[in-house]
Design a protein around this ligand. Structure first.
Ligand code: PLP
Length: 302
C-alpha cells in the first residue's frame, strides 16, 4: 500500500514495531541512546526509486552495532523489509533513510548496561543535501578547526555514531568565520573529516583522501571506484591542512549529496575558485551511474 492520504509524505519513522508519521516519532527519555549517546546508525540514500549499495550499508550497520556489543532484534532480511516499507509508505522516490540502534533502557537504579534491551528504530525523510543547489554550483567554503576530532584510539571512527560535539562546536566556529562547514584535525594536526562527509584533495592529477581517523564512508569508497573507472590515480594519505590549501581541487562526499565541490579552505581559494574539472567529472559520473541503476536495489512496489 502506498500512502493515499500522504500522512507519511513528510517522512515516516519505524519505532517499537510501528510506522508513525515523522512528526510523531519519539524515543523514551531514559533510552541510553539519548542519555549517553550510546547508539549507532547508518544512512542510506534512495534516488529515483533505488537504494544505493543497500547490502553494503546493512553490512556496515551490523559492524557498527556488533562493535558496540548490541544485539539487533531484527535479521538483515527483516531490516531490508523495514527499510523498503519505510520508503514505500512515504511514496518518496528520492529519500534519506536512517537505521538506528540504541542501547535501550536499564531498570531505574541500575547501572548494569547488560540489562538493557537494545532497540532498533528507523526513519525516512525526503532526500537531503549537505550543500544546497547554490553551494553545489559555487562550491563550499570550509574552515579547518583547531578543535580535534575525538581521537580514533578513544572512539573508533569506523563505527557510525552520534556523539558529534566535536563536529557541532567546529560547525559553530566555522559559521562564526563565515564558512559553510568544517573539517576537524586529529591530534597530530592531520585533516580527518567533517560533519557527515569525507574529504578529497586533487593534487597534480592525483586524488588524496585521509587514510585514518575517519569513517569508511560509502561515498568515499564509491569515489575511489569511480576514479579507477576514469583512470585517475587515487590513494589514501595523511593530509596536512596546507595540502588542502595548496590543492588544485577539493571536494567533499557523503550519502547526503554525493560529491560536492569546495571553493575555499580557510583563507585559501582552491584552484581558480570555481568547481574543478575532476570534481565535476566524478560528480557527473556518480549521478549518471546511479540513474542507470548502478549498485541499486529497487523499492518494491514502486
Ligand atoms: N564521516 C562522517 C563522520 C559521517 O557521519 C559520514 C556520513 O554521515 C561520512 C563521513 C560520509 O559517509 P557516507 O559516504 O557513508 O555517507
Amino acid at each position: 500500500m502506498t500512502d493515499p492520504d500522504h500522512a507519511f509524505r513528510a517522512g515516516i519513522a519505524f519505532i517499537d514495531g510501528e510506522y508513525v508519521p515523522i512528526a510523531d516519532a519519539r524515543i523514551p527519555l531514559l533510552d541510553l541512546g539519548f542519555l549517553r549517546s550510546d547508539a549507532c546508525l547508518d544512512t542510506i540514500s534512495v534516488w529515483k526509486g533505488l537504494f544505493f549499495r543497500l547490502d553494503d550499508h546493512l553490512a556496515r550497520f551490523e559492524l557498527s552495532y556488533a562493535r558496540l556489543r548490541m544485539t539487533c532484534p531484527y535479521s538483515r532480511d527483516q531490516l531490508q523489509t523495514i527499510a523498503m516499507e519505510c520508503v514505500r509508505r512515504t511514496g518518496l522516490r528520492d529519500a534519506y533513510l536512517q537505521l538506528i540502534m540504541t542501547r535501550g533502557r536499564i531498570p531505574i537504579g541500575s547501572r548494569d548496561i547488560r540489562l538493557a534491551q537494545n532497540r532498533f528504530q528507523a526513519f525516512c525523510i525526503p532526500y537531503f543535501w549537505i550543500a544546497n543547489a547554490d553551494l553545489r554550483a559555487r562550491g563550499l567554503a570550509l574552515h579547518v578547526s583547531a578543535i580535534r576530532r575525538v581521537p580514533a584510539k578513544l572512539d573508533d571512527p569506523t563505527i557510525k555514531y552520534y556523539h558529534w560535539l566535536d563536529f557541532e562546536m567546529g560547525l559553530l566556529e566555522a559559521h562564526d568565520r563565515g564558512a559553510d562547514s568544517v573539517l576537524l584535525t586529529d591530534l597530530d594536526g592531520s585533516v580527518t573529516e567533517g560533519p557527515g562527509f569525507n574529504v578529497f584533495a586533487v593534487r597534480e592529477g592525483e586524488l588524496l583522501t585521509p587514510e585514518s581517523g575517519v569513517l569508511d564512508g560509502m561515498t568515499r569508497t564509491t569515489v575511489l571506484e569511480l576514479a579507477r573507472e576514469l583512470n585517475l590515480r587515487a590513494r589514501l594519505a595523511r593530509l596536512a591542512p596546507a595540502n588542502l590549501h595548496g590543492a588544485g581541487e577539493v571536494f567533499i562526499c557523503s550519502t547526503a549529496g554525493g560529491i560536492m565541490p569546495v571553493r575555499k579552505v580557510d583563507a585559501a581559494t582552491i584552484g581558480d575558485g570555481a568547481p574543478g574539472p575532476t570534481t565535476r567529472r566524478l560528480e557527473q559520473l556518480y549521478w549518471r551511474k546511479r540513474e542507470s541503476r548502478w549498485l541499486g536495489t529497487p523499492i518494491d512496489g514502486h
